[in-house]
Write a protein that binds this ligand. Structure first.
Ligand code: HMG
Ligand code: MG
Length: 285
């Protein structure tokens, strides 16, 4: 049987958060309902952050209330602090994610905290989520390059990843936030991270600004990673990472890993339909 690769769909959150047009809630719900029939086990659909920081995500509770929940799919939400977790629990998110960074410049710009302060803030979030029986995922941003601080040392990534894992995150998603990673820098970063977190608990989250995301997935597969975040239609970016373009497109990752002999369990026709919807949302119609 073919080896399996899981694609974690992040389009409705990472893909849409950066859009300047306020996308109507019903359009977001329609996209998620389509994605729900594609075969994903996990879809990130919401973000309980300050609406002043990311206005596009202000309707997250309405999105979670409006979607048709498919059996076997976990609907995930970002939660930067306890207030965010309360919102996510009230809206019945199935899992949540805390999001830190390996560089001080991005940590400050994205969540207004130093790395050390962010880790202090995350500890009670993971504790409260555990008490509520909700799995927590951990993101590390800027795993090779930071828009503010430049190149990031692999050891800095490993330190933050290890702390999030010790805190109880079941998986650590490694973000090439501005898509500047190369197969060489991604491989060096993974070598350091794999020393402190098992490969089975790591995911690659690669933006495609430098058009190297698929190559970076290739070196990650060779390092034993089998989970990759992607967004249908290649939507996205991060409002606090200037120049960051979209996440690598889900359909491109699907085709790439399938050609390498892996199975994703995803329905390619549904992906194509969702990608079309996502692109139409970006262009405003
Ligand atoms: P702060 O200003 O330091 O915090 O922001 P604060 O506690 O002083 O609160 C400021 C205001 O936000 C207050 O409102 C709070 O009530 C409110 P005001 O009194 O001014 O009216 N507030 C909240 N509102 C709703 N939900 C909450 C919440 N918390 C506080 N949970 C904070 C700190 C973390 C809140 C802020 O910096 C923030 O929201 N940042 C989020 C930035 C963000 O969402 N970035 C994009 C996601 S990360 C990403 O895309 C990268 C990733 O894809 C991986 C990769 O690619 O690398 C994951
Ligand atoms: Mg991202």
């Amino acid at each position: 049987m073919a080896d399996r690769v899981e694609i974690f769909e992040v389009g409705p959150r990472d893909g849409l958060q950066n859009e300047t047009r306020q996308i109507p809630t019903v359009e977001k719900i329609a996209l998620i309902d389509t994605l729900s029939s594609a075969g994903f086990a996990r879809i990130e659909v919401a973000s309980f952050v300050s609406p002043k920081w990311v206005p596009q995500m202000a309707d997250s509770a309405d999105v979670l209330a409006g979607i048709r929940r498919a059996p076997g799919v976990r609907y995930a939400a970002l939660t930067p602090n306890l207030r965010g977790l309360e919102g996510a629990l009230a809206a019945k998110a199935d899992e949540v994610a805390i999001f830190g960074a390996a560089s001080e410049g991005f940590s400050k710009a994205n969540i207004n905290a130093t790395i050390a302060e962010s880790l202090e803030r995350f500890a009670p979030v993971t504790e409260a989520a555990r008490a509520a029986g909700i799995p927590v995922r951990g993101y590390v941003s800027c795993v090779t390059d930071c828009p503010y601080d430049g190149p990031v040392a692999p050891g800095d990534v490993a330190r933050v990843a290890a702390r999030l894992f010790e805190m109880g995150c079941y998986e650590i998603s490694l973000g090439d936030t501005i898509g500047q990673g190369t197969p060489e820098t991604i491989d060096a970063m993974l070598a350091a991270v794999c020393d402190v977190v098992p490969q089975s608990a790591l995911a690659g989250h690669y933006h495609d600004t430098g058009a190297r995301a698929l190559d970076n997935i290739g070196v990650s597969l060779a390092r034993g990673l089998r989970v990759f975040d992607a967004a249908v239609g290649g939507l996205g970016g991060c409002p606090y990472a200037p120049g960051a373009s979209g996440n690598v497109a889900t359909e491109a990752v699907h085709d790439h890993v399938q050609a390498m002999g892996y199975e994703t369990g995803l329905d390619r026709e549904v992906l194509a339909r969702a990608a079309q919807m996502a692109r139409a949302m970006r262009s405003g119609g």
